[in-house]
Write a protein that binds this ligand. Structure first.
Ligand code: C5P
Length: 241
């Protein structure tokens, strides 16, 4: 079973954070499965559920299921088993659930993989890219952002996950510690002219790839663009895909 488990060499994962199905279909009809992966997050999943994963698979897209599970180990193992059975390419849990929860997540995915032709990639969310030093302090953490991300990534690495979600700003530290094959998936991607909106730890696509990111999660910069397909094409060219 290959670690990449996909037929495309795309590096961009488009985040489909829409509430309206019409907008969603309009966007998807413009995109090509060779150009990008698609991410289903909690906004979409809460409304359209697992059926929507099937719809994207039928259209040839590989799916990142971004539900960020964070619960007791038994519950997370069950959720990961079910999510993996849907045949997604990548899925995630929150590293803040701790070591035992992360191991349970991996066990759930491995159990499902016995029934699948490919094993989903399982990654752990370290610290949301919308959080910065102030949020860490408010939540009672004493470490700085880099130290916190490194500590949470260590839990993921030791639990045998395939990688982490982090900001591109932390990728160099993580690759140095855990090696090139430990995946770093980075949201918080903004084009130079973009508004940061709710994100804090951001980088441009080119800089994020230069920093070593394996995959870029891009939402509103692409999905709210006047010409999403053209913009995605330009981003792909800028990162040599
Ligand atoms: O629109 P924007 O590019 O900010 O969207 C970022 C996407 O990445 C959202 O779907 C969000 O849920 C996701 N994400 C994130 N930070 C994380 C993990 C996931 O922004 N740490």
């Amino acid at each position: 079973m290959s670690i990449t488990n996909t037929n495309t060499n795309a590096k961009v994962i488009v985040a489909l954070d829409f509430e309206e199905k019409a907008q969603l279909h309009q966007l998807i009809s413009q995109l090509d499965p060779s150009q990008c992966y698609l991410k289903i997050g909690i906004t979409l999943f809460s409304q359209f559920g697992p059926q929507f994963i099937k719809e994207l698979h039928q259209q040839g897209f590989d799916v990142f299921l971004d539900l960020k599970f964070h619960d007791i180990p038994h519950q997370v193992q069950g959720a990961c088993f079910a999510a993996a059975l849907s045949g997604v390419w990548m899925m995630n849990v929150h590293a803040l659930g701790g070591s035992t929860m992360l191991q349970a997540a991996r066990a759930g995915v491995e159990r499902a993989a016995l029934q699948l032709s490919r094993k989903p990639l399982l990654i752990g969310v370290t610290l949301l890219t919308s959080s910065g030093p102030q949020e860490l302090q408010q939540m009672g953490f004493k470490k700085d952002v880099d130290e916190m991300v490194l500590q949470l990534a260590t839990l993921c690495y030791e639990a045998g996950l395939d990688g982490v979600v982090c900001s591109a700003k932390e990728v160099a530290i993580l690759k140095k510690r855990f090696g090139k094959t430990f995946l770093c998936v980075t949201p918080g991607i903004r084009l130079p002219e973009d508004d940061l909106q709710d994100q804090q730890r951001v980088m441009t696509p080119e800089k994020a790839i230069a920093a070593g990111s394996d995959y870029l999660v891009i939402g509103r910069s692409v999905t709210h663009a006047l010409q999403p397909k053209v913009l995605l094409q330009q981003i792909n060219e800028s990162i040599n895909v």
